[in-house]
Write a protein that binds this ligand. Structure first.
Ligand code: PEP
Ligand code: MG
Length: 324
């Protein structure tokens, strides 16, 4: 197995029936970047910009942010780096920007915070755009979107920030913009979102939590948290179908994209990119290099008629074992 992994290093991920599956990584700190490059990541599907904010005592200035983002973009150039705008609230807090709420996961988080504070959003977008000058490998992604109006408002601000930096003489292309699908309501609005943005990415950690109403961090209900729940699988499949109907790509950047059993279903559904923790990348590459998408589709059709997450899980294990 280890020898197999070494042999795959530095090579693209290609299934037995010759489908090339782009494997990207999720990053936060510069240390993630080094690990990711070492493991042969082909891009960044989720750079969690709140991480550099969380390790500071105050909001980083526009110049500081520009430097932090430049380092990420430069390390991966010319490969794409998907920067998610600040996603605080819920389980992610800043000591210098406290949010006190009874129900933080249903409260003020992600895009809701930054649309209420356009000055924070604009500084961040300006810093991202300036950082990408000359590299042009930036993609911008919006977290916790639950309505078309939020997409329109965010796009309006991104265009404004772009106009500002261009008028300051910065030579930069307008980046692709995407929406995260991580709120159940967003699943039903994909056809509207794709008219406005360039790509979608499913945040399966939050999407699972909200579809099943199970706190992703509460050990008491942890055995109810199942990414293989039929309702979650139907939602994933529906997002891919509606996005592809409009010719727009969809990636997935939740933990699920780094689970060897789950990726069989994800490639069968037609995800264009899988973005995962760098630790899981070699394992996922190994699994996908040893299966065919045709076989994965057969497995998917078998599990989609099952009605229980645990049975789906054990069926997947069995099918993979049978396949060797
Ligand atoms: C997710 O919700 O799946 C996701 C990728 O974002 P985060 O884990 O940062 O909330
Ligand atoms: Mg999320």
């Amino acid at each position: 197995f280890i020898a197999g992994l070494e042999g795959l290093k530095g090579r693209p991920c290609i299934t037995r029936d010759n489908f090339r599956i782009p494997l990207w990584v999720n990053t936060g700190l510069m240390t993630d970047v080094m690990r990711s490059l070492d493991r042969g990541a082909e891009g960044v599907g989720l750079y969690r910009t709140e991480v550099p904010f969380m390790i500071r005592e105050r909001f980083p200035s526009e110049n500081e942010q520009q430097e932090i983002y430049r380092a990420q973009l430069q390390a991966f150039a010319p490969s794409p780096v998907t920067m998610r705008t600040l996603d605080i609230g819920g389980d992610k807090s800043l000591s210098y920007f406290p949010i006190e709420e009874d129900n933080p996961f249903l409260g003020w988080r992600g895009i809701r915070v930054t649309l209420d504070h356009p000055e924070i959003f604009l500084v961040q977008i300006r810093a991202m755009l300036k950082a990408s000058a000359g590299l042009n490998n930036l993609r911008i992604m919006l977290p916790m979107i639950s309505s078309v109006a939020e997409v329109d408002d965010a796009l309006h601000l991104i265009h404004r920030a772009y106009g500002e930096v261009v008028s300051e003489g910065v030579n930069v292309q307008f980046p692709p913009v995407g929406v995260m699908i991580e709120v159940p309501g967003a699943v039903y609005q994909v056809s509207e979102f794709v008219k406005r943005v360039d790509f979608l990415s499913i945040g399966s950690n939050d999407l699972t939590q909200y579809i099943l109403a199970v706190d992703r961090n509460n050990p008491r209900v942890a055995d109810l948290y199942h990414s293989f729940h039929p309702a979650v699988l139907y939602a994933l499949q529906s997002v891919v179908k509606d996005a592809h109907a409009a010719g727009k790509p969809v990636s997935i950047c939740g933990e699920m994209a780094g689970e060897p059993l789950a990726v069989v279903l994800l490639v069968a559904m037609g995800f264009d990119v899988l973005s995962m923790n760098a630790t899981n990348l070699p394992k996922v590459k190994w699994v996908l290099s040893n299966i065919s998408v045709g076989w994965a589709k057969e497995v998917l059709s078998k599990v989609l008629v099952l009605d229980d997450a645990k049975i789906i899980h054990s069926t997947l294990e069995l099918e993979l074992r049978k396949a060797g």
